[in-house]
Design a binder for this molecule. Structure first.
Ligand SMILES: [Fe+2]
Length: 414
């Protein structure tokens, strides 16, 4: 395996972006947890720091003094190997420690990690990998910060804006598909660059011939689905999806508001009219799957998506995390949106690849233990840090989740 040696510059850049994302927030915004899925921004700031302290400083830094003995209990997320922790639903109950104490914690850990980077700790086996993992972990939390901040502000009755409005593009939409022949293809991560263990091993897969859409499904197309009465047509829905729909009684994507007969949505730059040509987002797997059935198509499998993206994705001009935007936008003629804008629901369960081996200990808890009851999403979103996503990247969420930037690309047989 390649030896990773992250630089001080890269470490500081990643850490700074996390703090920059929190700059428009006040202390109350930093502390609340409106639903269990949405963690307080203050918790993300501390938990990402705890990760470096727990996996690098405590085991390897000579005579390391823990910043605060209580922090393992309140900032451990889900690592059974690292001891007892608070319930996830209680993360918003912490008015203490204050935001200032959390920023002090970040400073304390940063100083120690910079020493690790500058003083030849790279001799320790795997320490470079753990540093790189810590940075990639922090980038994952940067995306969660964006979507959690959106949920916090988008459920505030005043719908406050987080950033400034941005211009909408005026591109026309075409509806073309690219065909792929049946045959044996290879998928999975194969290079020496950083990867998460769930992307390996690279392996062969057999695909029947299929076609995949050259863009994402738009708001105007999704509006047609709504207007056609699809949220009350049980024929379109999986049984689980129909039960979910009737339980929470929804009839539109998260953040959509109908005001005086006009559809609006909450964006991080405030409430605005829906852009008809922008990709639909904030929908569950159930909604994506029902939409595909309504359209006479289906969702691609993750293997179909990866084979198509390997050939077609244009990563330049991808709409990834940009503090001035943070919203999916309609496509330019040169961008088929495989990378960026929205995570694309696939019709693939999140399962181990052939010959996948879960690591022993805490590292094995990072991905492997979640390979149950979730679906794979591909391609990154407008909240994914620019150097974080790749074609082999496997994101995963439960079928009812809507607070991530999730959307739809259609496929069909033959
Ligand atoms: Fe985490």
């Amino acid at each position: 395996m390649k030896e990773f040696t992250p630089t001080k510059k890269r470490y500081l850049e990643v850490r700074k972006l996390t703090e920059d994302l929190c700059k428009p927030l006040n202390e109350e915004d930093l502390t609340i947890q409106p639903i269990e899925d949405v963690s307080p921004p203050k918790w993300h700031l501390a938990h990402t720091t705890w990760f470096f302290e727990t996996f690098i400083l405590i085991p390897h830094y000579h005579n390391y003094k823990v910043f605060n003995e209580n922090f393992n209990y309140i900032f451990n997320s889900y690592y059974e190997n690292k001891g007892k922790r608070i319930l996830k639903a209680n993360r918003g109950n912490m008015s203490r420690p204050s935001a200032q104490e959390v920023f002090d914690y970040r400073k304390y850990i940063d100083a120690k990690i910079i020493e690790v980077i500058e003083k030849d700790y790279f001799d320790i086996p795997k320490i470079g990998f753990f540093l790189e993992l810590g940075l990639n972990h922090e980038q994952q939390h940067q995306e969660l910060l964006v979507t959690d901040i959106k949920y916090i502000l988008g459920n505030n009755p005043l719908l406050p804006a987080y950033n400034k409005p941005f211009e909408m593009n005026e591109y026309s939409q075409d509806d073309t598909y690219t065909s792929f022949k049946e045959g044996i293809y290879e998928v999975g991560h194969g290079s020496e660059n950083f990867f998460f263990d769930n992307e390996r091993p690279r392996h062969k897969t057999y695909l029947h011939s299929y076609k995949i859409m050259n863009r994402l499904v738009t708001n105007s197309e999704y509006l047609e689905f709504i207007k056609d009465g699809s949220y009350s047509n049980f024929n379109l829905w999986l049984s689980d999806g129909w039960a979910w729909l009737n339980n929470i009684k929804i009839s539109k994507p998260l953040y959509w508001h109908e005001i005086d007969g006009e559809w609006h949505y909450y964006t991080l730059s405030g409430l605005r009219r829906i852009d008809p040509n922008a990709p639909v987002t904030h929908i569950s797997f159930y909604e994506a799957e029902a939409f595909a059935r309504w359209a006479g198509k289906r969702l691609p499998t993750e293997q179909e998506w990866e084979v198509a993206a390997s050939e077609l994705a244009n990563c330049q001009n991808a709409n990834l995390l940009n503090l001035d935007k943070l919203q999916p936008v309609n496509k330019s003629n040169k961008n088929n949106q495989f990378i960026g804008d929205v995570w694309e629901w696939t019709n693939s369960s999140y399962l181990p690849y052939p010959n996948y081996k879960k690591d022993d200990g805490a590292l094995g808890e990072y991905n492997g233990k979640f390979m149950i009851n979730q679906m794979v999403l591909r391609g990154g979103s407008c909240a994914t840090p620019v150097d974080h996503v790749r074609i082999t990247y496997r994101n995963f969420f439960q079928t009812d989740k809507r607070w991530q930037f999730t959307g739809i690309r259609l496929a069909e047989n033959g």
